[in-house]
Ligand binder design. Structure first.
Ligand SMILES: Nc1ncnc2c1ncn2[C@@H]1O[C@H](COP(=O)(O)OP(=O)(O)OP(=O)(O)O)[C@@H](O)[C@H]1O
Ligand SMILES: [Mg+2]
Length: 394
């Protein structure tokens, strides 16, 4: 760990030859990326920059890092962030038990050191002179961030759900993200000899600092296009007929456009397809979907809203009460949806009022404005951008 690598020097160019190589290799490992995502991963490998993935739940943020490790054959080191987490769980801590064991085994030696001192103060001075021995690498217990820097092999470091960590931990990350180094006061600065691929994910429960964002390549992962979602479902070999899966993807997209608290994600589409396959469904009917709605919709009020919209989503000609009417895809409503569109302003405002002060606030269920009739822009953008309860004060 003596030499200091230049983070701008590409030591991993051989990992991916080009963007198509990223697409193909991720595909081989069951992760279907789109062009934008593959381009960002390719750039990450060439520019040796951390990648920050933001987006709604279940769109493949964490899976991207897992797949990156599989595809490149690198070991995965994962730091799962949570509120109140401190640096001893993220960076390193001193192995207190080992230090204690050593002091007991070396009792006599320690006795020799303080033997000829007269006062307590002198004895403390003598022992303090031995600090270096006990605060050396031997007694250091590295946690994921330090492990990633210290590894002899290049690794993938996943810092998952970084928005859940406190701002203090976020600040600690800055040195690692820009310099690929960690400073340990008692030992000095440790620099990575093998630059890790660093992937950070965020669900946007609070705003991340500009300093962190500036150090990363940033990508907003939205819900996929219907074609890609169908490909993903297909790749998971759910057992559901292709034509039924195609309709199912449309229905799920319709559900995402309802004003649900938790919109169904890709993993829920996959679960629903598996469920329907197990039930031997070969024709999508509203009643079968209603019976299995719990697979994709997780809140009671969402269930009612989604259940009421199902007949229309399955059959656009079905007559449904106006209150439950949401906004469907590809059923004659005439709106185009694209990955990465800006969120709808009225959808954002409506959800923000409901989601205050936290995204799990039960006040959401105690009334509130009716569902929007239509939302013309990106699904994930709207769902994701709504409700940012832990905004920075600056
Ligand atoms: N592009 C993709 N290709 C293949 N499978 C995918 C893709 N995106 C998502 N999935 C599937 O969706 C599942 C959920 O993805 P993942 O756990 O990565 O979501 P996430 O964005 O990290 O969600 P959360 O914010 O809740 O942690 C994955 O395990 C995988 O099966
Ligand atoms: Mg995740």
């Amino acid at each position: 760990m003596s030499s200091s690598p230049d983070p701008t020097v590409d030591t991993t160019a051989e990992e991916f030859t080009d963007v198509d190589d990223v697409l193909a290799r991720f595909g081989e490992h069951g992760y279907l990326a789109d062009q934008r995502l593959a381009t960002t991963v390719f750039l990450q490998s060439r520019l040796a920059k951390p990648l920050l993935l933001e987006g709604p739940a279940g769109v493949g943020k964490t899976q991207l890092a897992l797949s990156l490790a599989e595809v490149t054959g690198r070991k995965l080191l994962r730091l799962q962030c949570y509120e109140g987490q401190d640096e001893s769980k993220a960076l390193y801590e001193w192995d207190y038990g080992k230090q204690l064991l050593y002091t007991q085994m070396l009792r006599e030696k320690i006795h020799d050191i303080v033997d000829d001192t007269d006062t307590l103060a002198d004895a403390v001075e003598r022992i303090a002179a031995q600090d270096d021995v006990f605060f050396s690498e031997r007694f250091l217990a590295p946690r994921p961030l330090l492990q990633a820097i210290d590894s002899d092999e290049p690794v993938v470091l996943l810092v998952d759900e970084v928005d859940r960590a406190d701002e203090a931990l976020e600040a600690l990350l800055l040195e690692l993200l820009s310099e690929y180094q960690i400073s340990i006061p008692e030992i000095g600065t440790k620099r990575a000899e093998q630059l890790p691929y660093v992937v950070l994910t965020s669900n946007n429960t609070r705003d991340l600092s500009a300093a962190l964002k500036r150090r990363c390549l940033h990508l907003f992962l939205d819900y996929p296009t219907p074609e890609r979602e169908l490909d993903i479902v297909h790749s998971k070999q759910t057992g559901l007929q292709e034509s039924v899966a195609q309709r199912l993807v449309e229905v799920v997209r319709g559900l995402r456009d309802l004003d649900l608290r938790k919109a169904p994600s890709i993993s829920e589409t996959i679960d629903w397809a598996r469920t329907l396959a197990v039930l031997g469904v070969n024709e999508l009917r509203a009643d079968v979907l209603a019976d299995t709605l719990g697979v994709v919709v997780k809140y009671e009020r969402d269930l009612a809203r989604a259940g009421a919209a199902l007949p229309r989503l399955v059959d656009p000609n079905a007559v449904v009460p106006e209150e439950a009417h949401g906004h469907g895809h590809g059923h004659g409503h005439g709106h185009d949806h694209h990955e990465g569109d800006d969120p709808s302003a009225d959808g954002v405002a409506r959800r923000r009022t409901k989601d205050q002060p936290g995204r799990h606030d039960e006040a959401y269920y105690k009334g509130g404005p009716p569902a929007p009739k239509s939302v013309p822009t990106g699904q994930g953008g709207r769902s994701f951008a709504a409700g940012k309860p832990r905004k920075r004060p600056f």
